[in-house]
Design a protein around this ligand. Sequence first.
Ligand SMILES: [Zn+2]
Length: 233
Amino acid sequence: MRLIDLSGEIFQKCPTLPNHPPVTLSAYQTHETSREAEGVKFSCASLFLTLGEHTASHVDAPCHFDERKSALSIDKMPLEQFYRPALCLDLSHKPLKSDITVSDLQDAEKRTGETINENDIVLIYMAHYDRTFGTPSFLTDFPGLTKESAIWLGKKKIASFGVEALSPGRPGKNNFEVHLVCRDWGFTHMEGLTNLHKVVGIGRFQFAGFPLKIRGGTGSPIRAVAIINDSEK
Ligand SMILES: [Zn+2]
């Protein structure tokens, strides 16, 4: 068994969208300051971390994009939704700032030689991280899903999909519409994934990306991992 880390790093001032809080990460206590109890000296280090729920690799809870009282918060979502068979579609040929169409997704599914099944997790590799991370383009210039291509995923009754950008649709109308499709078709998505090139072309694998149990949370950072069982290949 191999584990592939698909998570982005959380660090001081890591990129966040303007409608989410910034990340601060700083020393709270260090080994320079030791304490003493009954003659025993001890030092420990810890950091002070503040962040929004939608930081780095994270998953959206339905209550993020669905105002109805019945929409689940992150702590109420079934854990099974975060540990599912997965497939990664290769959309890395798409130019930055382009729309991913239904036929783009259909072609990419065909190229995997597999079929997207009900309750799968579908990862969508757009080579966005490698092309833009560390530049302002990371937050705005990704290829994105549209209402139609999101509905195509919804009709397949997937559990969720995941992208490298911090939004699934291009900024503005498309991004709002993709979130509304998730609301209306009963699935969700993960944003801010990395290393998707490592799971393209390998067929089906197991995905794990558990959220923190944030009471009433609208989303949560996840440690996204692909679990590859080589003995089955
Ligand atoms: Zn989202």
